[in-house]
Design a protein around this ligand. Structure first.
Ligand SMILES: [Zn+2]
Length: 491
């Protein structure tokens, strides 16, 4: 009514600034629903629907980082919306549409896929923790730049007489401040002080003594809030004042304090981020900490797979093998009713991943005739990850170091055998061993051109040299030839 009286037109409620909503609805989920819609639009687009799983992995990672950037960096997104985002990304990764009736078998849990790469996941971030990590970056900026315009504005409103880290959150505070306050409390345990002149550091409440974990030193005398760390520094010689320290601290704390280096020139105290070595904030560190690192043991198998020089789709396939996530009959029969779990090639054994890729009769012959001339019999009862570990020379196969150089070919051959299995199952066509091996060889990176001897000459240099005119009196004939060391073909 007021708007009509003073002749103001109704404004739309969908106004946004940098992708973040300006006007908040009563329901936070409704306010941020556009986030889910923009993710759905991206994964439903014509070009992205038909990507391979390797392509979908890259897209999901890009969506994680880019689309929610502004909204997630400014506000806490409701948990149910975060779960929906994760669920839609999960469906997309497994090749499903967003139609609830479109259901495929998920051979790996989304939690497992979202683990860091070093722990055997794909390093995709889960929305809820990613949201906190993104907000934490803004909280850190506020700590580092209290003199910025937004820092001054927030200080004037919420922490006039203290600093951001010690600010409170009144009930009447804006939603943006409540979000920032929530995240600040989450990251507080990971923020400490680097002592400069010591004027801002409260010796008993702030974290400034290394190796103290999260414990604060107990004052030996009654707590005096006016005392700062500066009072324990001899500003002339820039060294610790042991006499004064002994009045206020116990011996163990004093030993730790005097080990804190003081610069010869007095400078302001600085905040340090404890989760990185150099004290600088990176959102990955808080993401991993809040997520909780699994067993804390980095498995070299994963590093070996992702560092190998082979196409991403072969890497992803090898990773799925190691995670026991290939849709072989033996695994499918544990989840759904299928007529048989026997191998479609030999019709004799249950089709496990190891059988399909290594020990089935025709496949075992293929491996022994391959360039590696290997026998797959010792792996007949072992998981396929053991086979991969043996080629990568990681535990318990450390002695096989000389095999590592063959790993890209081994992985490509496994991938090619799987392709031939698909052609057999879906097109009813049997491929020859040569066809399978050739397809594997084509997946390997082409060897770089190298000149023999000490002089290495690049292809472009040779091409330029070929274009030079011959010396006077000479006739020059330029010709070309190529040789593939893998197929041994030339032309
Ligand atoms: Zn078989």
């Amino acid at each position: 009514m007021l708007a009509r009286m003073i002749n103001i037109k109704n404004q739309g409620l969908g106004e946004k600034y940098l992708g973040a909503p300006i006007i908040f609805l009563r329901s936070k989920t409704q306010t941020h629903l556009s986030l889910l819609k923009s993710i759905d639009n991206r994964i439903n687009s014509w070009s992205n629907r038909f990507l391979s799983q390797a392509g979908r992995t890259s897209l999901v990672k890009a969506i994680d980082q880019a689309i929610p950037l502004y909204q997630m960096a400014a506000f806490l997104i409701p948990k149910n919306l975060c779960r929906k985002i994760d669920s839609h990304l999960c469906k997309y990764w497994w090749g499903e549409s967003l139609d609830p009736n479109d259901k495929k078998i998920h051979l790996l849990a989304w939690d497992n896929i979202c683990k860091p790469v070093s722990e055997g996941g794909l390093g995709i971030r889960k929305s809820e923790i990613n949201n906190i990590a993104m907000l934490a970056r803004n909280a850190w900026r506020l700590l580092e730049n209290p003199e910025s315009l937004w820092g001054k504005t927030l200080k004037a409103k919420y922490f006039k007489n203290s600093d951001f880290l010690h600010a409170n959150c009144p009930n009447s505070a804006s939603w943006a401040w409540k979000c920032l306050h929530f995240v600040k409390e989450k990251i507080k345990p990971f923020i400490s002080w680097i002592v400069g002149d010591g004027k801002f550091i409260d010796p008993w409440c702030d974290r400034w003594i290394p190796d103290c974990n999260n414990e604060h030193p107990q004052p030996q005398t009654p707590h005096d809030t006016n005392i700062k760390v500066a009072d324990f520094i001899d500003q002339t010689s820039r060294s610790w004042d042991r006499g004064n320290l002994q009045i206020h601290f116990d011996q163990s704390s004093i030993e730790k304090i005097v080990r804190i280096p003081l610069s010869s020139v007095s400078s302001s105290d600085r905040r340090a981020w404890d989760l990185t070595r150099d004290g600088r904030f990176i959102s990955k560190s808080i993401y991993l900490t809040l997520r909780g690192v699994g067993n804390n043991q980095e498995d070299k198998l994963w590093k070996g797979i992702w560092k190998s020089k082979m196409p991403h789709r072969v890497q992803l396939f090898t990773w799925k093998c190691a995670k026991n996530a290939l849709p072989v009959r033996d695994l499918l029969s544990q989840r759904i009713n299928i007529n048989t779990n026997l191998c479609p090639r030999c019709q004799a054994e249950p089709k496990t991943i190891t059988h399909a890729l290594l020990t089935c009769t025709q496949i075992a012959t293929l491996w022994s005739n391959s360039r590696m001339h290997c026998c797959t019999d010792p792996f007949v009862d072992k998981p396929i990850s053991d086979w991969l570990r043996s080629w990568l020379a990681v535990d318990p196969y450390r002695s096989n170091v000389d095999k590592i150089e063959h790993f890209p070919l081994v992985a490509s051959l496994m991938w090619s055998i799987w392709m031939s299995r698909n052609i057999l199952v879906f097109n009813n066509k049997i491929e020859t061993d040569i066809a399978i091996q050739n397809r594997a060889h084509r997946m390997l990176p082409k060897p770089k051109f190298q000149k023999q001897g000490n002089n290495t000459t690049s292809q472009s240099q040779l091409t330029n040299h070929a274009r030079l005119p011959p010396p006077a009196g000479w006739v020059k004939v330029n010709c070309d030839g190529a040789w593939d060391p893998v197929t041994k073909c030339g032309g």
